[in-house]
Ligand binder design. Structure first.
Ligand code: FAD
Ligand code: NAD
Length: 453
């Protein structure tokens, strides 16, 4: 393999895999460097298997609604079915051969090693150095951020990887962190009979979202039997060989559980990439880029390590821009005004753009409209499981939506129209005079538009 190439892509998660494939298909000589599995966190320990687990938990919850809606019915949870599906259908036994072959078919030359920068347009892998005439794309993602709680290090705590790979449903689990990973997995595990406690240091779950979203998530988790403790921090963790014990701030009753899942955020490791060799700060929390995803001359960065939202869709969106820029075609800058995200709890919590607080903090004159799903015709028809709401955040001076939340059954799908509205800045007056299908969940958007105050 020649050490002089057009482009080196370091990290082949969703962003890197897309960028490497697209650049090779455009005719460039591309080397892709991957330390673990081609595809990254999302298909093996993230989005895909976790959503397969969520789907299984949702089916159980729906079965529990049968007696109210449709007669008799009883589902008996069996985790082995879920674990088998995660192993065979989601991850292929954590084997990336199919993904590697797909990349090779596009012309990418795969190097299975850990890479790091060695100056402008140079990447070192073991004792080899690649020189990239066009440049380097960094797409090395993020890894779990483990809090410095005394006693935690050295215990067999779980991260998302262990939770996704587990073949056994633990009897009890303590979840540190009430963000997206914490709430999604807490609900799934609880629905499969695990006694779950979520310990969130902040004053609510899903802190990045509207307060109403955090309240809804807490209510939903509690309805599934999860103990939710907000404003609670562990000050010491012990493990005696079988059980974890967490001592809490304020001398509260210690918590015990068979498993401890640490879900307290993720971080990028810029020092390991030797970004200092191109004049960038290795201690920075994220690699800042311009709108064309350029981090330095001949260096592009995409995905979690850019700190613009740890989501697969962000990584792939940025990768598309970087590919275009590497190929020298002009195009618009990355635009995060309408960044969508969905927390796949039941009910699903979709959101786009700014929360009300963020909009007010930017000095906007804000109007909001909030409508509960249960009060809508479709919510009434749906019956049990109809919790949720649509909340709109309007920049009142410009008469456009700058943010929205759609929580409820299929809240993530209802989000689509709101995503378009925020992205295109369609005037709320025009949105009000649109025809909304009856009786859908998204008709709550029309009601929320009329409720804007
Ligand atoms: C449990 C869980 C559930 C999630 N659910 C969702 C969801 O539903 N929707 C969503 O949008 N997002 C979800 N995410 C987030 C999503 O997985 C990430 O945002 C996405 O994977 C980031 O993609 P990326 O391209 O930045 O790289 P990553 O997927 O992080 O992959 C980076 C790759 O780079 C490799 N690498 C790192 N350093 C080096 C190096 N020095 N040399 C060579 N290779 C290296 C790694 O081995 C890895 O394969 C979830 C995450 C988790 C943990
Ligand atoms: N559905 C999705 O799209 C999805 C699902 C899972 C993960 N993700 C992505 O992965 C990222 C990481 O997820 P995450 O849930 O680990 O992080 P997060 O940043 O979303 O949430 C972490 C939570 O842990 C809390 N915390 C931090 N230290 C703590 C401590 N010592 N004790 C108690 N609580 C503590 C924080 O206050 C925060 O609420 C998310 O930000 C998201 O972008 C997305």
């Amino acid at each position: 393999m020649s050490d002089r190439v057009d482009v080196v892509v370091v990290g082949l998660g969703p962003g890197g895999e897309f960028a490497a494939g697209a650049l090779a298909e455009a005719g460039l000589d591309v080397v892709g460097i991957e330390a673990e599995l081609v595809g990254g966190e999302c298909p093996y320990w993230g989005c895909v298997p976790s959503k397969m687990m969520v789907r299984a938990g949702d089916v159980l919850a729906e079965a529990a609604r049968v007696p109210v809606l449709a007669g008799e019915g009883k589902a008996v949870p069996d985790w082995s079915r879920v674990a088998a599906r995660v192993r065979s259908e989601a991850t292929g036994g954590w084997d990336d051969q199919a993904a590697a072959d797909r990349l090779a078919a596009k012309g990418v030359r795969l190097v299975r090693e850990r890479g790091r920068l060695a100056g402008p347009r140079r990447v070192t892998v073991g004792d080899r150095t690649f020189e990239a005439a066009r440049g380097v794309v960094l797409a090395t993602g993020s890894h779990p951020s483990i809090p410095p709680i005394p006693g935690l290090e050295g215990t067999p705590y779980w991260t998302n990887r262990d939770a996704i790979e587990t073949e056994e449903m633990p009897a009890s689990m303590l979840v540190l962190g009430g963000g997206a990973i914490g709430v999604e997995l807490a609900q799934v595990f609880a629905r499969f009979g695990c006694e779950v406690t979520v310990l969130e240091g902040g004053d609510r779950l899903l802190a990045r979202e509207e307060p109403e979203a955090g309240e809804l998530a807490a209510k939903a988790l509690r309805a599934d039997g999860v103990t939710v403790r907000t404003g609670a921090r562990a000050v010491d963790i012990e493990h005696d060989g079988t059980t974890f014990e967490a001592l809490l701030e304020g001398g509260l009753e210690p918590l015990r559980a068979e498993r401890l899942l640490v879900a307290t955020g993720r971080r990028a490791d810029l020092a390991a990439l030797a970004v200092d060799t191109v004049g960038l700060d290795p201690a920075a929390p994220a690699l800042r880029t311009d709108g064309q995803m350029r981090a330095a001359d001949g260096l592009w960065a995409v995905g979690d390590l850019t700190g613009r939202g740890a989501f697969t869709h962000v990584s792939m969106y940025q990768a598309r821009i970087a590919v275009r820029d590497v190929l020298g075609s002009p195009g618009p800058d990355a635009d995060y005004r309408a960044l969508p995200r969905v927390t796949f709890t039941d009910p699903e919590i979709g959101a786009v753009g700014l929360t009300e607080r963020q909009a007010r903090d930017r000095g906007l004159r804000v109007r909001t409209g909030l409508v509960p799903i249960a009060a809508s015709t479709r919510g009434m028809i749906h019956g049990p499981g109809n919790e949720g709401f649509v909340k709109l955040v309007e920049d009142a001076d410009r008469g456009v939506l700058v943010g929205a939340t759609s929580a409820g059954p299929v809240g993530g799908e209802v989000l689509y129209g709101l995503n378009v509205a925020v992205h295109t800045e369609t005037p709320t007056d025009r949105l009000k005079h649109m025809i909304y299908t009856y009786p859908t969940f998204h008709r709550a958007v029309e009601a929320a538009l009329h409720a804007l105050r």
